[in-house]
Design a protein around this ligand. Structure first.
Ligand code: GLA
Length: 385
């Protein structure tokens, strides 16, 4: 108790993107098994989070939340115990309003009791949504309430606020006590959604940092259109190429977003696994200083081609070069623009975080042809030339 939580962005898995309401004890336990078997745990992923639809539609006679009797016949605690036995942490979901987005009981006016219930069950992480907030209630105050309840429930519980960037959340979330905050609406498993989220967050770096991270929503890496909608509609909806998923992952990593996987971790392709367990990319996301990146746009294609540059602990820099356009485009990063004039007599030694090798030392600039929707990500070292 009383140790600071979520120094760096939390990493884990959340049931919503792929399974929606279709969740149960077996699924959550086998997701935990997959974490261990596939190497996700070794790569740093820690939290297994059950999203909406885990409870009965009514509280019990004492006003306590009741796990769905069909989905979780043994209750929630054995699930948490199982996850803990694998050396992982367990997360659950509730809502600041009277009901969750899917119509289950929310925690409005039950905050302290629910926090106590979660602590009893062994919960380590709470995602807290924003549906059905009474119109007269102040959202800022409701997040402060649940933060206080969690901080005093007798257990370390990471507070993941999810009000989709509404009501000026950037201006009050850090002091509320939350460890992460959703800054945007729900991600969809398609390239336009990924691109739109990134564009909406490029100017928000000042609000994110150690102990309180800007959550750009769960990852869609590896979903390939097999989200919950696929089940409803009987067909795959959207999906991205592996190149687009690789770029999505690099963007979330460089932006210091929490890395919460959203695909079916029990059925990952080798490509998906390679993207999600890339230690060189994850290290950029988990850098202990948690400094967000600044953006440098390509002068002749500023809307679509840009670099993200992020200072890392110890002197290295993370550099990502991205091409959002539909054709191969050049990005030339002038080192002058990131603080390294040629007159310094120094250059950058670039280590490619996807090839996992040093590609050379460059002075003045580095220019590359980036295929459509692709990226290059480097760890750069300042060296004397
Ligand atoms: C909202 C959230 C999603 C998910 C659903 C569950 O839309 O933004 O991430 O939790 O609710 O109903």
């Amino acid at each position: 108790m009383n140790k600071p939580l979520a120094h760096t962005p939390p990493m884990g898995w959340n049931s919503w993107n792929t399974f929606g309401w279709n969740i149960n004890e077996e699924l959550i336990k086998t997701a935990a098994d997959a974490f261990v078997e596939t190497g996700l745990k070794d790569a740093g992923y820690e939290y297994i989070v059950i999203d909406d639809c885990w409870s009965e539609k009514q509280r019990d006679e004492n006003g306590r939340l009741v796990p769905d009797k069909n989905k979780f016949p043994n209750g929630i605690k054995p699930v948490a115990d199982y996850i803990h036995s694998k050396g992982l942490k367990f997360g659950i979901y509730s809502c600041a309003g009277t009901h969750t987005c899917a119509g289950h009981p929310g925690s409005f006016e039950h905050e302290f009791d629910d926090a106590e219930t979660f602590a009893e069950w062994g919960v380590d992480y709470l995602k807290y949504d924003y549906c059905y907030k009474p119109k007269s209630a102040d959202g800022e105050n409701l997040y402060k309430r649940m933060a206080m309840a969690l901080r005093n429930c007798g257990r370390d519980i990471v507070f993941s606020a999810c009000n989709w960037g509404n009501d000026g959340v950037l201006n009050w979330i850090r002091e509320s006590g939350a460890q992460l905050f959703r800054s945007i609406g729900d991600i969809q498993d398609n390239w336009l959604s990924i691109q739109g989220i990134v564009e909406s967050q490029l100017t928000h770096e000042a609000y994110s940092g150690v102990y309180c991270h800007n959550d750009m929503d769960m990852l869609v890496v590896g979903m390939h259109g097999k989200g919950d909608n696929a089940e409803v509609l009987g067909k795959v909806v959207g999906g991205c190429t592996d190149t687009e998923y690789k770029t999505h992952f690099a963007l979330w990593a460089l932006k210091n977003s929490p890395l919460m996987i959203g695909c079916d971790v029990r059925k990952m392709s080798p490509e998906t696994k390679e993207i999600l367990t890339n230690a060189d990319i994850i290290a950029l996301n988990q850098d202990i200083e948690c400094r967000g990146p600044y953006c440098i746009r390509q002068w002749n294609n500023p809307e679509k081609v840009f670099a993200l540059v992020k200072p890392l602990c110890g002197g290295d820099y993370a550099i990502g070069m991205f091409n959002f356009s539909d054709k191969t485009s050049e990005m030339s990063l002038q080192f002058f623009d990131i603080g390294l004039p040629t007159s310094s007599g120094r250059g950058l030694e670039l280590y490619d975080c996807h090839k996992h090798e040093t590609i050379g030392t460059f002075t003045e600039r580095y220019a590359a042809q980036i295929p459509s929707h692709d990226c290059f990500v480097f760890r750069a070292k300042v060296v004397k030339k």
